[in-house]
Each structure stands twice: as C-alpha cells, then as structure tokens.
Design a protein around this ligand. Structure first.
Ligand code: ADP
Ligand code: MG
Length: 356
C-alpha cells in the first residue's frame, strides 16, 4: 500500500464462536491479515464456511476480536481489550438479502440512515443518491415493486447515503439471476469508483470477484492465503491451493532445464518467476485452459475426451500421449468430435511451477 492511504487494516485477526457443546469455542477467523487503501475495492473469495461473513461482521463491530486487531484510518476499532460499537465506526453494510424495509418507499429506505439531518435536507440527499444509482423515477415505489437488480441498487444507495468511510457487501449478487450478476458487478464497480468509496465485498464466485475488485483475497479456513490483484492471483498464485482454486487448469510433470526453462511433455517453456529449483529437478507445471492452443498444422496431437460448447469457444478436455488430460479453449468454429485427434501447441506466457 505505497502512496495511497490505508483505510482498513486487519492484523492477525482471530474470531471465535462458542462451540455447540457449550464449553470451548470454534475458530471462524484464524490469523487474518489484509490492508485496503482509500478508494480501493477489495473482495474476499472463498468457499462456504471459510469465514467471509464473520470477517465483515467483525469489521462492522458485530463480532468481538478474540485476538489481533482491526484498524480504520489508523485507529484501532477492535482488539481483545477494545471494542468500538458499530454506530461509531462509519462503516456501512449491504446484507446478502438487501434487508430493505418493506413498508417504506425507496426514498424512505434511503432517508432512513439520515436521521441526523433536518427533514428537508434528508430528502434532498436521499434523492441525490437515487439519482446516482439511476433510480430517481422509483422514489415512491415499494421494494417489492422493484426487480432484484433495482433492489440491490437501493440497498447500495442506502448504505452509501450516510457517507461511511467503508462499505461492506456480503455476497451482494447471490440472490440475483446468473446473467445479471456480471453486469451488475461492473455497474456497482462504476458507482463505487465514481463516488470514491472504499468497499470490501465477499463472494464465492471468482468471476464476480474479478469483475469488481482491485484486490482479491483467497480465503481458506479463516485465513487470507493471498491478497493480490486478480491478474497476479491468476498468473502468479502463491501456492498450489490458490492455483487450483483460481481458474481452470491442471498440473503436468516438468523438469527444470538450464537457462530458466522447464521441459514438459508438450515442449519447453520459459520460467518467468523466481523459482528455487535446480537443473534436473522435477516440478509440477500449471497449464490453464488458455495455455494450450489448437493448431490444425501442429505435429503434436491430442485426443478430444470431452467438450463443452460455450458460445464463442469450446472448452476441450484433451488427452496427451502420456495419458495426462489438459484443458484447451478453442474458438467454436473448430468443432471436433470426441475421440478425434487434433493438433495443439503451447501458448503459455506466465509459467507457474510448484515443487511437490
Ligand atoms: P462464510 O461466510 O464464508 O460462509 P461464515 O463466516 O458464515 O462463513 O462462517 C464461518 C464459520 O463460523 C463456519 O464454520 C460457521 O459454521 C461458523 N459460524 C458462523 N456464524 C456462527 C455463529 N453465529 N455461531 C456459531 N458459529 C458460527
Ligand atoms: Mg457468508
């Protein structure tokens, strides 16, 4: 976090819940670290139960820190000896189900968090936010009269209206149609960026995380394993778990050669990251679906084992001579039958390798 100001900093955070049996506790967040700069959008990505919602609730002030600390603008708000209450943190939260008030109009929902303002001003500010999320014409509607995407924008406007320092969003798209999600993620990113709002969201959907966030943290077992840009996560995963979790790929066997190269069944690849291997060492080389290209003229052949039509391309599963199976994204006018042998070549730019 070089020049930009750090807004949120979490250090070695541990959150526990009392165990079901009544004695002892279960650890939900276990030594979590992350930093988010002013104006940045961060995303915690991980499978169900890994502790994502617990982290958000802790930042909001709904869960106490068992150990470690949470800082907002360099001020400790949570530690084992200090707990600033939620209403003094200047943190807004958008819940998974939006939690709009059903008996209040859209405008009233947004004005709800502005009780500190005089009545007239409350209305003006609420309308201003409705305009920013392009819903001014729905001011008098009730939540049930809106589509899911519109409700989500109301929830976002309601959280933003009191101008918190930080907005937290728990799986903000999970109750929406799949085809809406990516578009809304992009739209939400634009709204947050246009208003210079710092946000941290959680999701289990990788494409969503990549579409919206500047920084993504891959979570597992209550920890952030890697906190990086989507590009770095994809191309420079720190360990095998992240490499497996992000993108679609397989590991094939390779041998390190002189001059920072690695030899795999399909040919030789340049290593572009620092690797601690010696010449001759056996390593696992990550091959993603975009690292293998189809080329009718290539002498290297692989057999089509499976294929999935995805519109613009096919995702082929190909069996190499050795029996190893790899993925390849191929433009969909190359429609080959299962069992057919097709020519392939390597097109890997960022080669990721791990020792066993
Ligand atoms: P995620 O949002 O990633 O699905 P959560 O933060 O909701 O994960 O949960 C993390 C872990 O903490 C899970 O094992 C869950 O069962 C447990 N947990 C969550 N909330 C509570 C609670 N209120 N009481 C006890 N255990 C909880
Ligand atoms: Mg959750």
């Amino acid at each position: 976090m070089n020049s930009a100001r750090t807004l949120l900093s979490i250090k070695q955070l541990e959150i526990v819940y009392p165990s079901q049996e009544g004695h002892g506790y279960n650890t939900a967040v276990n030594g979590l670290n992350l930093d988010l700069a002013q104006g940045e959008i961060g995303c915690l990505l991980g499978s169900s139960g890994c502790g994502k919602s617990t982290v958000l609730r802790a930042i909001c002030g709904f869960e106490p820190a068992h150990s470690g600390e949470i800082l907002l603008r360099d001020k400790v708000v949570s530690s084992p000896s200090l707990h600033i209450p939620p209403n003094q943190r200047r943190v807004g939260m958008v819940f998974q189900d939006f939690a709009l008030f059903p008996h209040l109009t859209v405008l009233e929902n947004i004005a709800f968090g502005l009780q500190h303002l005089p009545h007239q001003e409350r209305d003006t500010v609420a309308k201003e936010w409705l305009k920013r999320v392009s819903l001014l014409d729905k001011a008098g509607s009730y939540p049930h009269e809106l589509s899911g995407g519109q409700q989500q924008r109301v929830a976002l406007a309601r959280a933003m209206a009191p101008e918190p320092d930080l907005i937290l969003l728990d799986e903000p798209f999970s109750s929406l149609d799949v085809d809406l999600r990516e578009r809304l993620a992009v739209e939400m990113r634009e709204i947050l960026k246009a208003n210079n709002i710092t946000a941290l969201l959680v999701t289990h959907d990788q494409l969503e995380a990549f579409a919206i966030a500047d920084r993504v943290g891959v979570m597992s077992d209550g920890k952030v394993l890697q906190w990086d840009s989507p590009y770095e996560l994809y191309h420079k995963p720190m360990n095998r778990y992240i490499a497996d979790f992000i993108g679609r790929g397989v590991f094939v066997k390779g041998f390190i050669q002189a001059g920072d190269k690695v030899q795999i069944e399909l040919g030789t690849l340049e290593l572009d990251q620092e690797h601690d291997g010696q010449v001759g060492d056996e390593v696992n080389v990550l091959l993603r679906e975009d690292d293998i290209q189809h080329d009718d003229n290539s002498p290297t052949q692989a057999e089509v084992v499976r294929k999935t039509f995805r519109g613009a391309d096919f995702l082929y599963t190909l069996r190499l001579k050795s029996g190893v199976e790899v993925f390849a994204l191929v433009p969909s006018h190359h429609d080959h039958a299962i069992g057919e042998k097709i020519g392939i070549c390597l097109a890997a730019d960022h080669v990721v390798t791990f020792k066993d």
